[in-house]
Ligand binder design. Structure first.
Ligand SMILES: NC(=O)c1ccc[n+]([C@@H]2O[C@H](COP(=O)([O-])OP(=O)(O)OC[C@H]3O[C@@H](n4cnc5c(N)ncnc54)[C@H](OP(=O)(O)O)[C@@H]3O)[C@@H](O)[C@H]2O)c1
Length: 288
């Protein structure tokens, strides 16, 4: 397959990644049908089947999920229904309609106890409810489809159309002279606009399997915050580095969850730019 299979149904189209992905697909003149929770509830099989009957997609991109990592700890049933059962429902419908499925997953499937970037064949061991339910979604997709699907694991997303770390830091930096930020979690901040191009390329090539896709390089949340403040000209804001335990969030998080992108890069010939270059572009577009 070297042409994007259309029509393509994008589920979760109104989310942070969904908005940028749909814009990029429209720009590339790919025929898409956009749906979000008002049009489809992926946790309900009848709702999913109805959407597939209506749209008869050749390709489906599922971005829909319960993404509030801490919220998932107290809403385990909802997280399971959407992230695990919902993913399975979309996979079963894709099988019935012969649609190729691209599904988004996360670095939180790993426990983060390693010290080198995770490859696709490394064993998942999610720590919290979000990671566990997302991994169960991956497992159910694999069992339902065997092949003819692509799981894209990514991390630390920010984009114009969602609540994100970059905007939070800038807002906080304008109000406070000191911010407390975690310094012991490592990952790659990833710009939704760059990830959208990667997803389109994976779809165009019709590549099956699991792919890790992030911007290049990695840092800690405090390293990320310090570059954000510097690039935004908020140089008088001090960062107090704290560790994950001190922050005391409800959900446990992987400490080192950097993802190795080499399978994606080898398979597509594409490499996402360094996270700092992407951040610079995001900030210049946002005009803070
Ligand atoms: N953000 C990150 O840092 C990150 C990192 C790794 C992986 N991912 C994955 O990437 C994907 C997109 O993330 P995102 O940050 O763009 O998420 P998002 O902004 O939360 O978008 C998800 C969308 O799915 C919708 N949705 C929720 N439950 C649904 C249901 N039952 N049926 C249909 N739609 C439903 C949401 O609607 P409501 O807003 O109304 O609930 C929202 O519009 C997700 O699969 C996520 O797990 C994200």
């Amino acid at each position: 397959m070297d042409e994007f299979a259309v029509p393509c149904l994008v589920i979760g189209a109104k989310g942070m990644l969904g908005r940028d992905l749909c814009s990029a697909m429209r720009l590339a003149e790919i025929q898409i049908i956009e749906m979000d929770v008002d049009e489809i509830d992926i946790s309900s099989m009848p709702s999913v089947l109805e959407a597939f009957h209506m749209t008869k997609p050749s390709m489906v991109i599922n971005l829909a999920a319960v993404t509030d990592v801490d919220g998932c700890e107290s809403k385990q049933d909802l997280a399971f229904k959407v992230n695990a059962v919902g993913a399975e429902n979309v996979a079963i419908a894709s099988r019935e309609f012969g649609s190729f499925l691209i599904h988004m997953s996360t670095d939180y499937v790993f426990d983060g106890s390693g010290d080198k970037p995770y490859g696709e064949d490394d064993s998942p061991n999610p720590l919290g409810v979000y990671g566990k339910t997302k991994f169960e979604g991956e497992r159910r997709i694999r069992d339902s489809l065997h092949q003819n699907y692509c799981v894209v694991r990514t991390q630390w997303l920010y984009g114009e159309h969602g609540k994100n770390f970059v905007d939070t830091i800038i807002r906080a930096g304008k109000q406070n002279k000191k911010l407390r930020i975690v310094n012991d979690q490592y990952g790659a901040p990833t710009y939704t606009v760059d990830l959208a191009e990667a997803i389109i390329e994976l779809g165009r090539l019709g590549l099956s399997g699991i792919f890790h896709v992030t911007n290049s390089g990695n840092t800690t949340w405090s390293g990320f915050a310090s570059r954000i403040l510097e690039m935004a000209g908020l140089t008088d804001v001090e960062i107090e580095e704290i560790n994950t335990e001190e922050l005391g969030r409800p959900a446990p998080r992987p400490l080192y969850s950097v993802l190795d992108n080499s399978r994606f890069e080898r398979s597509t010939g594409m490499k996402l730019r360094n996270w700092e270059n992407a951040l610079q572009e995001y900030l210049s577009k946002r005009n803070f």
